[in-house]
Every structure is written in C-alpha cells, then in structure tokens.
Design a protein around this ligand. Structure first.
Ligand code: 6GU
Length: 231
C-alpha cells in the first residue's frame, strides 16, 4: 500500500514511523510519504491559508494551494484523481472511523490523506477533490496530523506482516471474528495478585472451554452486561 499524507508538519510523523508495526509495514514494502503544502503553494512567502469570507476566527486552508500540491504529486487534475484514488480529508465532522472503514481502507492499493490546521479546509477542497471526509471522533483537534496517524496506525496494522503474529489482527475488538464486539479480557502472570485471581477456566488448559468463555465475555461486553455499558 502507498499512503501519501499532505501536511504542513511532515516532521510530526517521525515518531510514528518508528513504531514497530509501522516500521514492519514499511520494511515489507508499504510506503508512507509526505507532501508539504508549503512546498507547492503558488502564493508568495509560503502562504497556504487565508481569513474566512464572512468573517470569524481562525484561518482556512486555501483551495488553490491544495490543488497545486495534488497536481504536483500526481500530475493530473485532482477533480479526476478522486475518481480512482481514495482522497481523504481529515476533519472533525467527517464520517466516523471504525473497524469496518479501517478494513475497507486497508484493502486499497493507495490512499491520500489531506490534513489541515487552522479552522479547517475551504469547503471546495472537500466538495471537489476528496472522495471521503473522515473524523476520528466528535471532538476537535488542533490539526489533522494526529488523526492521520490514527488512521495510518489502524490501517497499517491490518496489513499482512505488520504485527508480530499473523492472528493478532483477526480476533480483536470490533472484528468480524467477534461479531463486532469488544475483545475478551486478557490475563497474564501472576495468577493471583492481592487476592485478585485470574479466572480458573484460563488456567484449566481446556481449549474448547476457554474459547467458549472468551466468546461469551466478548459478547457480554458488546451488550454492556459484562463490565458495565459501552457508551
Ligand atoms: Cl480528522 N481532524 C481534526 N482537526 N480534529 C478531529 C478529527 C480530525 N477527528 C476528530 N477531531
């Protein structure tokens, strides 16, 4: 997979690239590259944003700047580009990212992520250049970089070879294997700590019963009856 992140802060991703599953994915041939809007702005003095028409606080990322950056990267009109490539605007009001959307994106050969700062994007960027508008939750971040990392993290760990064990991404929270429910609880040594005992079934060595217990725990968490309700 090839992921291009358009950002004003490519340096923000240095730590992210050092994370084990990200490093594994990149070593395995997947690519994560950055385009800095500022390097392609047609305006003077590296300008990329402007004050909002109609007034109001903050600055808005300009449509001409984003168009120039997309043209420079792909050599074609971004209006056409979005017809055969996922071009994802990261914005708090977008479609909420969940495991199903992550899985869908992980099956793409290429993704383009547009992150913004300031008050947001000129709406024409969303309307004419983007195939998707995605949010990682109903709260506002100062910029799209953390959201881009969240999306990349979730997508990359779904790719074969990213995780240490091939089964790790299969039976995890919200996966089909668990019917969309949160994962069952895990325990490790010590088997008892301050009187808190690991459930006996997990120490029994009885694989069928362990499996049954785990699926029941997962299902109960999904309905909120195991450890209190989910939001
Ligand atoms: Cl994708 N961007 C920003 N700026 N804030 C967010 C978000 C994205 N998702 C939730 N909050």
């Amino acid at each position: 997979m090839q992921i291009d992140v358009f950002t004003l802060f490519p340096d923000a991703f240095a730590w992210f690239e050092r994370q084990r599953h990200v490093a594994n994915a990149l070593a395995g041939g997947h690519r994560l590259e950055y385009v800095n809007y500022r390097d392609h702005t047609p305006l003077g003095a590296g300008q990329v944003d402007d004050t909002p028409f109609g007034g109001g606080a903050g600055m808005v990322l300009r449509v001409d700047v984003v168009e120039a950056a997309l043209w420079a990267r792909y050599g074609r009109d971004p209006v056409q580009l979005r017809q055969d490539r996922r071009v994802i605007v990261l914005a708090p009001g977008g479609t909420l990212l969940d495991d199903a959307l992550v899985g869908e994106l992980a099956r793409e050969e290429a993704l383009t992520l547009l992150s913004g700062r300031y008050e947001g994007f000129d709406q024409r960027i969303v309307d004419h250049f983007a195939s998707d508008e995605v949010s990682i939750g109903r709260y506002v971040l100062a910029g799209g970089e953390l959201a881009a990392m969240v999306l990349c993290d979730a997508v990359l760990r779904k790719l074969p070879g990213a995780l240490g064990h091939p089964d790790s991404a299969l039976e995890e929270s919200f996966s089909d294997a668990l019917a969309g429910a949160p994962e069952y609880p895990h325990y490790t040594r010590p088997a008892e700590w301050r009187g808190w005992r690991v459930p006996d079934v997990l120490l029994s060595g009885h694989h069928a019963r362990i499996r049954e217990w785990r699926l029941a725990q997962s299902a109960a968490r999904g309905t909120g009856s195991a450890d209190g309700p989910l939001p």
